[in-house]
Ligand binder design. Structure first.
Ligand SMILES: [Zn+2]
Length: 238
């Protein structure tokens, strides 16, 4: 019996990520799989997505609205129950106490048993990709929000005043890490992942994305007796 089997039933899950489309790229196969298993899933987006365009004719306001609608459509495709937008400015995110409190508030509001976080590690081994600073800040603030902020009554007492009682997350799955220890079989949900990704029409176009997603998921699944997988580093919290 694994450590996970000894835990009580997981009823609610949450994904905290920086930009509209991060969750779809990183873990939408897993999200769709968990929804199919009966877990209520919630999304928390830390930024407003206002820098995700190179079109000189698009305004911040237009882009925020477009990306918000795209994220809602992607979440709907996956069966995610609700999406909370924290609306911090895209591209400028830092792990501030305000960000930590905002994430902790969402955790206390939706009470996830299981939470998916972005990694807070900067990689120096992968060439061709530099992890976005908003991802790093989101990952770091999310882990700090899980422990100890969301579960400690004395931290940010204004959250109690607002009606948000402490909540303890039991499992944290970290995406994008170089030291994964958990592989989720997404063979049955990769089509949902791809369909959800293409809802981000301002960011994701053309057949190459779908090809890349399949190649990457197949590569992740190598040696695991799965066709397609997503991988995580998992923390089981006591
Ligand atoms: Zn991103």
């Amino acid at each position: 019996m694994s450590q996970e089997d000894q835990q009580p039933e997981i009823k609610r899950g949450m994904v905290v990520f920086a930009h509209p489309d991060d969750a779809e790229f990183g873990c939408a196969g897993t999200v769709a799989k968990w929804v199919a298993e009966g877990i209520e899933m919630y999304y928390v987006v830390t930024t407003d997505g206002s820098k995700g365009s190179s079109d000189p004719n698009v305004s911040y306001e237009q882009l925020i609205q477009t990306r918000r609608e795209e994220q809602l459509a992607a979440a709907h495709e996956l069966g995610v129950k609700e999406v909370e937008f924290l609306n911090h400015p895209d591209g400028y995110l830092q792990h501030t106490l305000e960000l930590r409190r905002d994430i902790a508030r969402a955790i206390r509001k939706y009470k996830p048993d299981r939470l998916i976080s972005m990694t807070s590690e900067r990689s120096f081994t992968i060439s061709g990709y530099i992890n976005h600073p908003d991802h790093l800040a989101t990952g770091d603030a999310t882990l700090a929000a899980v422990y100890p902020t969301a579960r400690d009554r004395m931290t940010f007492p204004e959250l109690i005043t607002e009606g948000y009682e402490p909540h303890k997350v039991r499992e944290v799955y970290v995406t994008g890490t170089e030291t994964p220890d958990c592989w989720i079989d997404i063979t049955d949900s990769i089509e949902k992942k791809i369909a959800a990704l293409y809802k981000h029409a301002s960011q994701v176009t053309g057949p190459d994305v779908q090809k890349w997603v399949r190649e990457r998921a197949a590569q992740t699944a190598e040696g695991k007796e799965m066709q397609y997988a997503e991988c995580f580093k998992v923390f089981y919290l006591r």
